[in-house]
Design a protein around this ligand. Sequence first.
Ligand SMILES: [Zn+2]
Ligand SMILES: [Zn+2]
Length: 749
Amino acid sequence: MTYALGPEVPLGPFEGAAVTVWSAQGRQARLHAKRSCSYLRTARVTQREVGLDASVVGRLCPSCGAYGSWARPGTGLSIFLGAVTGLGLLYELDRYVKADEDTCSDEEVAHAASVLCRPPSGSGDGLAAEDSAEAAEDEAFEALQEARHVRKIVFAEWGGALASLNRVHQVLELFPWLRPWAEPRVQRKIDYLERLRAQAARLVLRESLVGAAAVSLQQTPALPAGDPVFAPLGTAPQQAEQLTSLWRRWRGRVADSWDPPREQHYLVHHLVSGMSSRRKGREQLLERAQILLAEWEQAARSAAPGDQGERVLVARVPDTVRPAGKARESFPDRLSEWEQGVLASYMITTAGSPPAQPAVTVRVPEPVATRLLSQQSVLSYAEQRPEPSPAAVAVRSQADDSGLGPGVFDDTPVSHRRLLTAEHLRALRSTVRDAEQLYVVLGLETGVEVVALSMLEQRCAAGWQGILLAGASDLPGALIEPRQQAVSEEAAEGSSVWASPVYDPRDPAFGRSLSMAEGERVLVRLCEGRRDVGHALRSLALARSVPDLRDLGDGGYDDRGVARSPFAPAVWNGLLAMEQLDLEPFEPAADSDGRGSGLPLGMLARVQAYTTDAAGRYQGRAHSPGCAHRRAQPGVDRHDEMVTVEELLGNKGFDPCSKCGGYAVRRLTAAQVAYYRAAHQLHDCAQRVRATVWHRSAGDGSATVTALEEFDDLDARTAQACFPDHSQARQWRRAVDRLRRELQGSSAE
Ligand SMILES: [Zn+2]
Ligand SMILES: [Zn+2]
């Protein structure tokens, strides 16, 4: 069964959206979403752009209608089609609508309930013979196992139905124009879910759930360590330790279970594990421990307030618009038995007050409410507010009017863009796999910026107002393809990924390894053979305009606990050169210690350096982002420090790791590399001049004079580009003049 887009599905604002279709000749030929569709078996294919409407949808090939990618990924239309077709809304509307052969009948459930909710039987009342008592016990155990199995099936079915209905609500929240059309089918789902919920609720005792909540809220009680009956456990401190462990284990099991607390009585056997069954005092110890559990349960019950008021809580369901897939369970599977029991027993509605929202509302007694509000869960609970604030209503109705139509993402001219909302981003995140990437956004107050999706989400949540201009994936191929091709050709010639170091400043390749161009080359080489090389280059292009690269490393974690990154790890090598600048030419001039040439840092002063510790404030050496001694995550984030090369030069405390050099530099522009090379050439000249003077041999003096003349040629324009102010330009000229004088002096002698 495939769930293709049918002509009856309202397209809302996507009605008329331009899509490209392929078809064979003939008026009635089926339309296909891609040229490569296997149902398109003719060589004579025409390609057309048409407006998407019911007549076009009616002519769709079933395969393309169910899975075809009609729109560019990440656009509104693509998100809409992904959420509706395939394993989306149409599929969900068809699931969990009526009982099938695997569903438990009400009779089965009633029987199971009578077994599960039976009051505890007083063991051994002395009337029955021992044998028949044992047989009855076996029988009871079997009946219990069977009843538990029924409970498992019923809860699984109910959980599936609940998750499915919430997914429907989530899709409808994004595309509200689908609501009237979907309404009758949603109602069928709601009715069936209610039937399953009623079944599930019969299989757990509310009293047990309240008891478990009370237990979970208890602190460790006074423990009877030192009681002679616990002597087999060892010394008094050992007894205390064992009893504390029993308490923790018991409280944990009771708290997460839908069974009555008494069902956890077997836990006392942990106390005697490793103890011989013939050990004197063992039985008494177990008996005493059983009593202890009963006391704990009693204490928890009496600690709970007698008059148990009720509270209404709303649980926000995690976004599950995207199909669950094999690896991802639906949210009820990730809840404890206790929480599942609570939802089934106390649920008022599966949706917030109108409009239907993906939320679950429960009315629960006090200790259950306290527990739900304080525990860790995939659902986030909050007290239902009596009246939503007018502002919230306004925001909500605004979102409802619009939903996610065209114009939010890059699918209309910029002049038609709509303001981005947190809702839109949630839709993007929940429908597009690996949605994290860089976006160019424009805000009235913030101007044009490049930010990662996770940061954009934070911004929108904090009330930022702006539009999205383009995502990295929207950038045209023309921008990156020539570069990609050139590097690939070079790679075919067999050169290595990392260029070999160049030490002679007269070599044209000197300093090239620090350059942005080298960053592009390294990136393409590192991504060789991978499909996302183009995306990596697009990301690099965008990331270059981010003022502080640490902002790119703070994407947080996804729901599986994996760190989010807006691009492939290799992009960091495109942004940063994992090496250091040789700053010798810029150190104080020869007169002091004979090392530097006292040249101005010029345009290199503002170059960024990233390190774990720029000023020796923390324990251990400073590391570069590329160093193995640093944490494993690639790139930089807020744990790193960013300083300028000028600041770093002045930091006496900077204590670099000898392996990595302590920092990485943000890659240099071509002009910065040129200046870096010029400074090194001048410094090199100076050293040769000094050697000439020192040895009083004018051997290569003439070559040096020629070189110096080149440096003298700094015209006004170049000087302006290289140096932020006149004084630095003068400083440079003085260095050249001094060298010339030294050289002339030496040849005059
Ligand atoms: Zn097709
Ligand atoms: Zn290091």
